[in-house]
Write a protein that binds this ligand. Structure first.
Ligand code: ACO
Length: 158
């Protein structure tokens, strides 16, 4: 794991001329078709250090008052150092400044670390989409030795 010495990490909107970081986005969501589809209506923010992109978060307007984090990913060598939390907390600030009342995120029953992280950051489980992953993804997905079958939606009031 690459240790971050310099704490000058910035949260910013991805520059218009910057190529879409598909490698990172596919870490969080292996369906290029779904990613391409929700990117059309989303805003993409990044965490950068000395102009290097460390992580990405995709915000999709679900309703006038709720945004959904459709995708969040941190480069493998920078994971576990607080960048995911930094992305979520900054996204919450931006949304709240824009009068958004709540933020939701969906993850699989098998995503143990993510379920831990999101609940630690104030999200609460609100919905279960049964068999979502089996119905929407061509290949079966396994994490932590568990098949990703169902989508859990978690919501945080801002
Ligand atoms: N079990 C329990 N806790 C774990 C595990 C694990 N296997 N792995 C890490 N953690 C903990 C860490 O210890 C840390 O907790 P702490 O703050 O109490 O020490 C926490 O989880 C991780 O927090 P951060 O460092 O802020 O998060 P990170 O920078 O690693 O980003 C992220 C989290 C985005 C999930 C990153 O790991 C990642 O990119 N994973 C691959 C892509 C992915 O799965 N994205 C989410 C898919 S869902 C969606 O996109 C809507």
């Amino acid at each position: 794991m690459m240790k971050i010495e310099n704490k000058n990490i910035f949260f910013e909107k991805l520059g218009k001329n910057h190529p879409i970081p598909f490698e990172l986005l596919l870490l969080a969501d292996p369906s290029i078709d779904l990613v391409t589809e929700y990117l059309k209506q989303s805003e993409l923010f990044v965490a950068t250090l000395n102009n290097e992109l460390l992580g990405v978060i995709v915000l999709f307007p679900l309703t006038a008052e709720t945004i959904e984090i459709k995708n969040i990913a941190v480069k493998a060598e920078f994971q576990g150092q607080g960048i995911g939390s930094f992305l979520i907390n900054n996204a919450a600030k931006v949304a709240s400044n824009n009068k958004i009342k709540s933020m939701c995120i969906g993850t699989a029953n098998s995503s143990i670390a993510q379920l831990y992280l999101y609940q630690k950051l104030g999200f609460e489980i609100s919905e279960l989409k049964k068999d979502f992953f089996e119905a929407n993804y061509k290949e079966p997905i396994y994490e932590n030795g568990i098949q990703a079958k169902h989508m859990l939606t978690l919501i945080k009031q801002l």
